[in-house]
Design a protein around this ligand. Structure first.
Ligand code: PGA
Length: 255
């Protein structure tokens, strides 16, 4: 990671937490994580806890947000939560296209593109997850898979929509598996993604970031943070363990 650039740490709490758990968790984060000078930390919480995250974290250096958004504007869409509503809670980050959602709810690339656009419209940062399955990696087609996930967004909205956004390379085989990508694999794919998006944009991005996610923990973080092409990490399980999360952030801050 570049020495003089703030590293991005996105925590994906997934469907974890409770009002009680969050009191200690958010307090610990606010107290222990507020002084990191070299990090931009964003906590993506389940929707019902957005208000609590906002109450605890407002005035701190830590951002918050959600793990999904509706592709629609406000209206007759039972059970959905719009980008406007997320903005109402001062959300800064929205994860979109996570493979756990794509698999369980059959999200198409077009849906994901529409959600991405909604997030941008309300001036929040999308954290777009892209990545290949193990079969696709073994077949050597990971670059083709990842570029087609990205190209739908570029075709509909143009590459400039990636300004002020984050793309997370999250190989599906590495998520929840304790089999993180090696720094070499992560570096190579993050480099590829950055080049792929930049070549479609006829200007330079001012703020466009690529991060890695998939079984990040306090041990492999040390190596991952040495990868030149990574601007940060997306952390799932390890982010709800405050000791692990602290160690990762402390490593990131000092690397
Ligand atoms: P994990 O999850 O760190 O638990 O592998 C990462 C993610 O799904 O974003």
């Amino acid at each position: 990671m570049k020495k003089n650039k703030k590293k991005i740490i996105i925590a994906n709490m997934k469907m974890n937490g409770s009002l009680n758990f969050n009191i200690d968790y958010l307090n610990a984060i606010k107290i222990n994580f507020n002084n990191y000078k070299n990090l931009n930390i964003g906590l993506c919480v389940p929707y019902p806890y957005l208000f609590q995250a906002k109450e605890f974290l407002k005035g701190s250096n830590i951002g918050w947000g959600s793990q999904n958004v509706a592709k629609f504007e406000n209206g007759p869409h039972t059970g959905e939560v719009s980008a406007e509503m997320l903005k109402d809670f001062d959300s800064q980050y929205v994860i979109v296209g996570h493979s756990e959602r794509n698999t369980a709810y059959c999200e198409s690339d077009e849906n994901i593109a529409n959600k991405f656009e909604r997030i941008k419209k309300y001036k929040m940062s999308p954290v777009l997850c892209v990545g290949e399955t193990l079969i696709e990696r073994e077949a050597g087609i990971m670059e083709r898979v990842v570029s087609s996930q990205i190209d739908t967004i570029i075709q509909i909205y143009g590459a400039e929509i990636f300004e002020d956004s984050i793309v997370a390379y999250e190989p599906i085989w590495a998520i929840g598996s304790d089999m993180a990508a090696t720094p070499i694999q992560a570096n190579k794919m993050c480099n590829f993604i950055k080049e792929h998006i930049c070549k479609s944009y006829n200007s330079d991005f001012e703020n466009f970031n690529i991060i890695y996610g998939g079984s990040v923990n306090s041990k492999n973080a040390v190596q991952l943070f040495t990868s030149e092409s990574l601007d940060g990490v997306l952390i799932g399980r390890a982010s709800v363990n405050i000791d692990e999360f602290s160690q990762i952030c402390s490593t990131a801050d000092s690397s």
